[in-house]
Design a protein around this ligand. Structure first.
Ligand code: B12
Length: 296
């Protein structure tokens, strides 16, 4: 929780403006037992994004203070380059600050995942072919992105009773941790209650989880392709469980680019977080809260 004074300091506006916004209903504040207004962090973040306000003193909200010469947030290649420099040098604090600033500036989690995270990991993925050091950078980059995604999760509202469930994981032989996590956080950003089973989740485990949790949407990520027949068998198990639960299945990930085109009724193949977000919003908008900006 933050006080109106803390949010006012962060934004460089007067406390009275803040109280007026709270009293006018633009900010959802709660009252303490003593009658003081308090604003949940996720609500402060929603307000900042919604109003498009620059954050001058993030520290007042308990967030990392702006300490870098950062690019303009509309300059997506510039953001990727800045993130790349931080990631390749292993400067975790700088990398997290860039992701935090992107989100506060209005980017959606899916835009962050499809933009700097995907692009920079793809660049980092070239290094191992030239030097052993590259593998260390890949491991470190993965850990920094994990930290970043978990940080972004703290900016989102807590799970809501009644919100639709999104459930997913990566294939039974797929060790990659980030793709499934970005799907989880991107769908949480849209207002879903997400359940991420993560990497190395065999199709039958996902199918059992679908029967148990009755999700509205199921994601299946595949970065490492086993044989096409195995992928089809895994997908069929998931699709059949999803049909019983009345859920949509969306599959994606780098491996699908290496496999022959897959066409399975009841399974959407998508290539980005923007696509799964668009699909999820088109289908479930009426059940979702309006925390996120659809075009962020
Ligand atoms: C991190 C990494 C590793 C880490 C993995 C850590 C972990 N536990 O996750 C480590 C160091 C262990 C590793 C090991 C290896 N790796 Co590796 N790795 C990577 C790297 C750099 C990043 C992968 C990643 O997390 N990307 C971030 C995610 C978010 O991006 P993404 O996967 O592209 O996902 C996006 C889309 O595909 C889509 N998407 C993904 N899933 C889904 C799901 C749905 C439903 C939807 C809609 C969309 C969607 O949205 C995402 C966001 O835009 C990639 C390079 C690359 N191009 O990605 C190489 C890469 C995958 N690795 C590669 C290789 C060769 C290896 C090794 C064999 C050798 C090595 N480099 O050490 C080993 C073997 C690993 C194994 N056991 O199989 C190659 C694979 C080449 C190939 N086609 O076979 C790559 C492409 C690097 C390269 N250019 O050579 N790796």
């Amino acid at each position: 929780m933050v006080s109106p004074k803390q949010l006012a300091t962060a934004l460089g506006v007067s406390e009275s403006s803040l109280k007026r916004w709270a009293d006018g209903g633009q900010i959802d504040a709660v009252r303490t037992a003593g009658g003081h207004r308090r604003i949940p962090l996720h609500e402060a973040v929603r307000f900042i994004r919604h109003m498009g306000l620059p954050v001058l003193h993030a520290q007042a909200l308990g967030l990392a203070e702006q300490s870098l010469d950062l690019p303009d947030w509309r300059d997506r290649p510039g953001v990727c380059d800045a993130f790349h420099l931080a990631i390749e040098a292993g400067r975790a604090a700088d990398a997290l600050l860039i992701l935090q600033s992107c989100y506060l500036a209005g980017w959606s989690v899916s835009a962050i995942a499809d933009g700097p995270i995907r692009e920079v990991l793809s660049r980092v993925g070239q290094l191992w072919q030239h030097a052993e050091w590259g593998i260390i950078v890949e491991h470190r980059a993965t850990d920094i992105c994990l930290q970043g995604l978990n940080m972004l999760r703290t900016f989102l509202p807590p799970r809501r009773g009644g919100a639709p469930v999104a459930l997913g994981g990566a294939g039974g032989e797929d060790p990659y941790i980030l793709p499934s996590l970005v799907a989880a956080v991107a769908l949480a950003d849209c207002g879903f209650n997400e359940i991420n089973l993560g990497p190395l989740t065999p199709g039958r485990v996902l199918a059992n989880a679908i029967a148990h949790y009755s999700p509205a949407i199921v994601w299946f990520s595949l970065s490492k392709a086993p044989k096409a027949e195995e992928v089809l068998a895994e997908l069929a198990l998931i699709r059949d469980a999803a049909v019983k639960a009345g859920a949509e299945v969306v599959a994606g990930g780098r491996a699908f680019a290496e496999l022959p085109p897959i066409q399975m009724p009841g399974v959407h193949i998508a290539h980005s977080m923007a696509e799964i977000e668009a699909l999820a919003r088109a289908r479930f908008q009426h059940l979702l809260s309006d925390h996120n900006l659809p075009n962020g």
